[in-house]
Design a protein around this ligand. Structure first.
Ligand SMILES: Cc1cc2nc3c(=O)[nH]c(=O)nc-3n(C[C@H](O)[C@H](O)[C@H](O)COP(=O)(O)O)c2cc1C
Length: 159
């Protein structure tokens, strides 16, 4: 069974999740950064496709949303797993619904929030300023969910 993991990440957390998922799957997986290789990526040769990325202001990166839309018909014929990364522990259903096409949400065998993190050292300029105001300080936010990642991998292998 061939598996592809397609991710979009600004801060690196979703990339790490994609790599950990691929490394944990018994048969391994190809991992693709959709921002760099969207046009070279053909889902046709895979049995299972996992898609996921980091939420910024309620949205997945545009490159991943466009990839899902462009490949919707082909993806709906695959075993699909979807994940989102974010530091907000609530509203995941809404975030999935706002970011993935309805057909993909319907056919996905697993949809999981894998947590997220904000590292202030990675933030610059106006973004750092805005985050400092929003979070009332410059403390890193750690909301990683390693157990959710393990459960995601188990679901992909068993469902
Ligand atoms: C500017 C900004 C906006 C964010 N907005 C949200 C949000 O709306 N919901 C959420 O759950 N997390 C939000 N986060 C947290 C990110 O989703 C978290 O940092 C995640 O790990 C990002 O994934 P990435 O590192 O792969 O880019 C935000 C982070 C930043 C820096």
């Amino acid at each position: 069974m061939k598996t592809l993991v397609v991710y979009a990440s600004k801060g690196g957390y979703s990339r790490e999740c994609a790599q950990k998922i691929a490394a944990s799957l018994t048969g391994g997986a190809d991992v693709v950064d959709v921002k760099k290789h969207a046009h070279k990526t053909d889902v046709a040769s895979y049995d299972t496709v996992i898609l996921g990325g980091g939420i910024l202001a309620g949205r997945l990166p545009g490159a991943l949303r466009r990839f899902c839309l462009r490949n919707a018909t082909a993806l709906e014929r695959k075993r699909v797993g979807l994940f989102i990364c974010g530091t907000d522990p609530e509203n995941h259903e809404k975030v999935f619904a706002a970011n993935y096409p309805a057909g993909l949400l319907d056919c996905a065998v697993v949809k999981t929030w894998l947590g997220g993190r904000i590292l202030f050292a990675d933030q610059k300029g106006i973004m750092r300023f805005v985050l400092k105001k929003m979070l009332k300080g410059e403390n890193d936010v750690h909301a990683e969910q390693p157990e959710a990642l393990k459960a995601f991998v188990t679901a992909i292998e068993t469902i």
